[in-house]
Ligand binder design. Structure first.
Ligand code: C6P
Length: 426
């Protein structure tokens, strides 16, 4: 891949533009073609990054270059293109490995995204280790992807799904969580960052508490990795899941990280090509990691685009991103929180990426529709996290979610849009 030459120069990017964070957001915006377009005659204000992020030019180029110049199936040919595609695919796996500081590239399993990663663990580790009377522990703020796979497993096995409660700010009540860890608990599955509230969970403490009782922990990292440094070894996470499309990479690809010794012991997920070592009608033996869990032709272009997205993030620096976004979120929280009639849903001390809110007397879908007329894209609804809506006694929220290419001016545009909504419904 030759993406490095086209990456933004971090040296020249570090010119102060806003919040004195040394982050040249205007220059970064220039890397994302879609951000220059108009919507309904207005400048696009894209604040739906938790649903999916936009893609920089280097990612678009990497994907089209693959199809134009490198396309071949991997692990299946001795010809030049097959070897090239294979080595580019391997390189992408190495990039993910370094990005989350996994100990070994064998621990990086390419899947379709977080949803598939969690289902994989439920259907392999879960089916092998959870039995009748056992429990799987989640929290009240999980995305449906981190609820339903466990419900399916529990139904099949006669096990029980337990739910750790949260407080009114949207924070996990750690004491209650600890009390729910018992000899029956076979797995903890918890979001690193809540997509509906933005709450950052104390993942290190959660993992330590579970490990004190020898309970493995799966972390749903879909909403964390785009916003903060994640080190799976420092966290001691047993499984960690992520989606490329929320990290400025292509849709349809993501990663399950798992500790090698756990993955080795797990039965395969899907059967097919590439996941086998040898096949006879009597017996099949399985390939080594990570291929044991990657049956069939993978999304090679997606992996290569994902690798390019990671290189792009590295060039900007995830710590710089975290610092800038923290300022943006603080600014947005103060600005929106001070608008009359606006109630913020989720006011945890530690938050990332998301401001969820309701406006008195206005359905969130109407908020979304009126903002759309202004070119402002937000998400409204239950955000695939219905139980957390129930917890707050509301059917839905409006959610603005941020990336490092968003600006203070866009937050102002959102606040002005909300004022318009209030005027319409006054
Ligand atoms: N949340 C949102 O708008 P997939 O769809 O597999 O890439 O990711 C699923 C998923 C799992 N966990 C969390 C915490 C998530 O936020 C998501 C995706 C999007 O909030 C789309 S529903």
């Amino acid at each position: 891949m030759t993406t490095a030459a086209k990456l933004p120069s971090t040296e020249s990017s570090v010119r102060s533009r806003s919040f004195d964070t040394g982050f040249d957001v205007e220059r970064i915006r220039g890397d994302f073609p879609i951000l220059a377009r108009d919507i309904r005659g207005k400048k696009l204000v894209y604040l739906d990054n938790a649903a999916t992020s936009q893609k920089p030019r280097v990612v678009l180029d990497a994907v089209s270059r693959y199809y134009e110049q490198e396309n071949a199936n991997i692990h299946r040919g001795v010809h030049f293109l097959s070897e090239l595609a294979t080595s580019e695919h391997d390189r992408a796996r190495q990039s993910v490995k370094s990005f989350i500081n996994a100990a070994d590239a064998r621990e990086i399993i390419f899947v379709r995204g977080t949803t598939e990663a969690i289902n994989l663990v439920a259907q392999t580790y879960g089916r092998a280790n959870v039995g009748a009377g056992d429990e799987v522990l989640v929290t009240a703020m999980e995305h449906h992807s981190n609820i339903v796979p466990w419900q399916l497993l529990c139904e099949e096995k006669g096990a029980k799904l337990r739910v750790a409660p949260i407080n009114d700010a949207g924070e996990l009540i750690l004491d209650d969580f600890a009390k729910l860890l018992t000899s029956r608990t076979k797995l903890v599955a918890v979001a690193h960052v809540s997509n509906a509230l933005g709450t950052v969970n104390p993942i290190s403490e959660i993992i330590q508490l579970a490990h004190q009782k020898n309970i493995p922990v799966l972390v749903d990292g879909a909403q964390a990795v785009p916003h903060m440094k994640v080190d799976v070894q420092a966290l001691d996470a047993d499984f960690y899941t992520l989606s490329s499309h929320k990290m400025f990479g292509p849709m349809g690809i993501g990663v399950l990280y798992g500790k090698a010794q756990l993955l080795e012991a797990m039965p395969p997920y899907q059967g097919g090509g590439d996941m086998i070592s040898s096949v006879t009608f009597e017996k099949t033996t399985y390939n080594k990691l990570p291929f044991k869990f990657e049956a069939g032709t993978p999304d090679v272009a997606g992996a290569i685009g994902f690798g390019a997205a990671i290189e792009y993030l590295n060039a900007i620096g995830i710590e710089n991103i975290a610092k800038y976004e923290h300022e943006l979120l603080t600014y947005g929280t103060e600005k929106l929180g001070s608008i009359e009639g606006v109630r913020l849903i989720g006011t945890a001390k530690e938050r990332a990426g998301v401001i969820s809110f309701v406006i008195e007397g206005v359905h969130p879908h109407d908020v979304g529709t009126i903002l759309d007329q202004e070119g402002i894209a937000i998400r409204t609804g239950h955000h695939c996290a219905q139980p957390i809506m129930d917890r707050f006694g509301i059917p839905a929220t409006a959610r603005a979610s941020f990336a490092f290419y968003n600006t203070k001016e866009e937050v102002d545009a959102l606040a002005n849009g909300i004022q318009k909504v209030r005027e319409v419904f006054a």
